[in-house]
Design a protein around this ligand. Structure first.
Ligand code: FAD
Length: 417
């Protein structure tokens, strides 16, 4: 039995703590806030077993120019932040070559495929079944020709990855979802995606399970981490905590901590926002509106609209342009109702340029483990990814582990030197 200290209590850190605990280790989980308050709190709530595409950067100049000119709602940016992220973005562009995407998609899809079974165990153990419904989501397009092209791509992905998207007309979508008030050009239903009605509550519920099973919860600042004889030490509000092993699971804050130990991690910081609406009619499944780059999910707090990516510094003030534009754009197909008043939430997707997370031993330090960089799908992949980290910890080898191990990424220069 080893002593393990997990830094960060988002979906990734909490899942990590539970996975090590299940193997009989003594685990302390530390965060400066309560569990599940950052990216893991405000996402679109997808636990998406049929997600196969690892979000490559479009490589055609027309789309990139549209991003640059602010013509699309997918991406907004601050130029100075983009210049700071330039090395990571350059790598991201290189990894977005079709042959690289196909290679990365194998690992990406395999991790997604394992996600629902890994969540189910925790949902059952924590008694949180009321937070999850298994209704999938619709990807919609207004232009019939774009819808047809995307339907063909979806069918090809279905064949390649053994997932089963269903192609629907705009009229069929209206029949299935009475909240949709006008016919779009076409829709794709992805049925193997589960929806969470309160993502923050699911993470907090998993953290409660960890504590009930005897795990230690600590409040404190992980940036106090230091290597000491026999392991690692961090200062918590209750005093110093030492452990033989430490796992860095701090999402978008992980590179900054690891920089102190000599690791240069090129991350793309993709901020996202949400807003809740008091819609007169909710949705059964979710809607991913490709024309307006927003996702709509019925949640306990109301109809949640989640946005695409804002490439800004972590400390940048909130900018609600993507919410406003997205809400206006989607209002042709659904009555959103009034916006629910609440402080503006935002969170950062910790996205790696090669589109895969970093999972395994840090190459230069004994007892230092990496578990971050899950990008657009960390809420989905937390528990399955934590199982992979534990396998790596126990000396396991597999193709998936090889693709995400820090050592390989380091050797290939993707983590810098
Ligand atoms: C708008 C939006 C929609 C999304 N939709 C989905 C979706 O539908 N499905 C999906 O799978 N994924 C989705 N994602 C992505 C997903 O939310 C993230 O991949 C995931 O939450 C990352 O989890 P994490 O635990 O790595 O990071 P976080 O949840 O950000 O957790 C990091 C933790 O580290 C802690 N921390 C940071 N610094 C310190 C410090 N100095 N000391 C102590 N603790 C510290 C923080 O307090 C936090 O608790 C979405 C993201 C956004 C922004």
């Amino acid at each position: 039995m080893a002593e393990i200290l997990v830094l960060g209590a988002g979906m990734i850190g909490v899942s990590t703590a539970l996975a090590f605990q299940e193997r009989g280790h003594a685990v302390t989980l530390l965060d400066r806030r309560a569990a599940g308050q950052e990216a893991s709190y405000g996402n679109a709530g997808f636990i998406s077993a049929d997600s196969t595409e690892p979000y490559p950067l479009p490589r055609n100049l027309k789309t990139l120019a549209a991003f640059g000119l602010g013509l699309r709602n997918d991406v907004t940016y601050d130029l100075r932040a983009v210049l700071r992220m330039a090395p990571a973005l350059w790598q991201y562009l290189r990894h977005s070559r079709p042959d690289r995407v196909a290679e990365q998609a194998r690992t990406y899809a395999e991790m997604a495929r394992r996600s629902t079974a890994a969540h189910q165990r925790l949902i059952d153990a924590a008694g949180l079944g009321n937070l999850v419904r298994r209704s999938g989501y619709y990807e919609i397009r207004r232009d019939p020709r774009t819808a047809e092209a995307e339907a063909r791509d979806a069918q090809a992905l279905g064949r390649d990855y053994n997932v089963s998207p269903e192609i629907l007309s705009g009229a069929e979508l209206c029949r299935r979802e009475p909240a949709i008030i006008s016919e779009v050009g076409g829709a794709i239903w992805w049925p193997q995606t589960w929806l969470c009605a309160d993502p923050g509550a699911l993470v907090e519920g998993y953290a409660e399970l960890f504590r009930n099973r005897g795990g230690t919860w600590a409040q404190g600042d992980a940036t106090t981490l230091e290597q000491v004889s026999g392991g690692w030490r961090v200062q918590s509000d209750g005093g110093p905590i030492s452990a033989e092993h430490v796992v860095v699971a701090m999402g978008a804050w992980s590179p900054k901590l690891l920089a102190r130990f000599g690791y240069k991690i090129p991350m793309v910081y993709k901020r996202g926002y949400h807003a809740h609406f008091d819609a007169p009619r909710g949705l059964g499944a979710s809607i991913m509106d490709g024309d307006n780059a927003v996702v709509l999910t019925s949640m306990n707090k109301g109809l949640r609209l989640a946005t695409g990516a804002a490439l800004v510094d972590m400390s940048a003030p909130a900018d609600t342009r993507q919410i406003t534009r997205g809400a206006k754009g989607v209002s042709d197909i659904i009555e959103l109702g009034p916006r629910i008043a609440e402080p503006q939430w935002y969170g950062t997707r910790p996205f790696m340029p090669d589109m895969l997370p970093v999972v395994g031993a840090a190459p230069k330090h004994k007892g230092l483990w990496c578990h971050f960089g899950h990008g657009h799908l960390g809420f989905t992949k937390g528990p399955a990814s934590a199982d992979l980290l534990v396998q790596a910890f126990e000396g396991g080898r597999s193709d998936v582990l090889d693709a995400i191990t820090p050592a390989r990424k380091y050797a290939l220069g993707r983590l810098g030197a």
